[in-house]
Ligand binder design. Structure first.
Ligand code: GYE
Length: 306
């Protein structure tokens, strides 16, 4: 795998636990913080980490996982870019008796024995919390509230689930309508480009719901360029709560963020140790997180780690 960080011979020659990790890419601030957390925690645990960056392509992840199987790593962990299409390669890992741990994003495989556990957030809940905040904020609106939605990567668990949770929550008020919804692939550039189109096509946009901070940050440029004031003319809700997102919230440009923690490294290494030792672990481990208003962001920013 071309992006591998460790050129080591492979196998267990060093006596260390060898962990193969296939990362989605480097698409967002969240992803950078997640990668750092995994690398730091692996080093602290004394593991040999084989890290591969798939550049947001499923085919690259499948290739990386096959490489890890060939190198006979002890445990494979990965964050699946999309939900479907994993059964074959997961079956190959199982046949090779290499345990697999899903981190951050899940797969839609019906056979739950293909992986040991899934550690990550409840994305439906994040969408729901975002929608509920908006329902409360707009409860006295007498006319239509037009919402545009910037979706994450098409087919990814966080994009599917955040959309679902948000839609379910805003159904409580028929005035709230999603008038446009498109993918910005979780990147700033994507968020900016799609928001420009939204603004051209729709004269009245009241709310932007972006599936992550980075797309919201990209959209800020498009909104300002269109002569509108973000956070005032257009209410902005995002998900993640990385530093740049929290800064935009504290500055009054965003209005609300549902948190999604990228700091999965230490817990993941703990699970790797347990799986390697043959211990049973829970099949689902949910990350604990909260939400932030502008005032809460101001208070939290000085001690925010990422
Ligand atoms: O919200 C987004 C990143 O899978 C939870 O991926 C993760 C998402 C995160 O690109 O910023």
């Amino acid at each position: 795998c071309g992006n591998s960080d460790t050129g080591d011979k492979g196998g267990t020659g060093s006596g260390k636990i060898v962990l193969g990790f296939s990362q989605v890419g480097a698409e967002s601030g969240w992803r950078t913080a997640n990668t750092n957390s995994i690398k730091e925690a692996a080093a602290a645990a004394g593991f040999e980490l084989k890290f591969d960056d798939a550049q947001q392509k499923q085919e690259n992840q499948i290739k990386a996982i096959r490489n890890f199987i060939q190198q006979k790593v002890d445990v494979i962990a990965f964050s699946p870019v999309v939900e479907s299409g994993w059964d074959t390669v997961l079956k190959e890992a199982k046949d090779a008796k290499i345990p697999v741990i899903l981190t951050d994003r899940s797969v839609d495989s019906a056979d739950k024995t293909l992986y040991k556990t899934f550690i990550g957030s409840d994305f439906v809940k994040e969408g729901k919390l975002s929608g509920e905040w908006l329902v409360e904020k707009t409860k006295s609106a007498t006319g239509p509230v037009n919402i545009v939605e910037l979706q994450g990567t098409t087919g990814s668990a966080p994009a599917n689930d955040r959309k679902k949770g948000f839609a379910a929550a805003i159904a409580a008020n028929p005035n709230l309508k999603v008038i446009a919804s498109q993918t910005g692939d979780f990147t700033r550039a994507g968020g900016k480009a799609v928001m420009e189109q939204f603004l051209k096509a729709n004269p009245k946009i009241d709310v932007l719901f972006a599936h992550n901070d980075d797309m919201g940050l990209g959209a800020l440029e498009a909104i300002t360029a269109a002569g509108k004031v973000p956070g005032k003319d257009i209410t902005i809700i995002t998900i993640d709560a990385v530093k740049d997102g929290m800064q935009a919230l504290a500055d009054g440009k965003f209005n609300f963020i549902a948190e999604c923690s990228p700091l999965l490294g230490p817990q993941l290494m703990d699970l790797v140790k347990k799986v390697k030792a043959g211990e049973t672990i829970p099949t689902r481990i949910e990350t604990q997180e909260g939400t932030f208003t502008q005032e809460q962001a101001k208070a939290a920013l000085p001690t925010r780690k990422y």
